[in-house]
Design a protein. Structure first.
Length: 67
């Protein structure tokens, strides 16, 4: 699967947490984990929308799925 999130964004997130330097492997690992978690949340949100008779995923579906 092709990655969607840019590595530059991963570096910004890691630096925002306080790191002064970030390795390529660190950026790639964070990207893989975030995309995996996002996939799981999206799948749950889709099930919730379908259960409610909707095709559209709303913010409430995402927030509930993330809990």
């Amino acid at each position: 699967m092709k990655s969607i999130l840019p590595l530059a964004a991963m570096e910004k997130l890691i630096k925002k947490a306080g790191a002064s330097r970030v390795g390529e492997d660190g950026k790639q690992a964070l990207r893989e984990i975030l995309e995996q978690v996002a996939d799981e949340i999206c799948e749950k949100a889709l099930r919730m929308a379908k259960h409610s008779g909707r095709k559209t995923i709303k913010a409430a579906d995402i927030k509930l799925a993330a809990k």
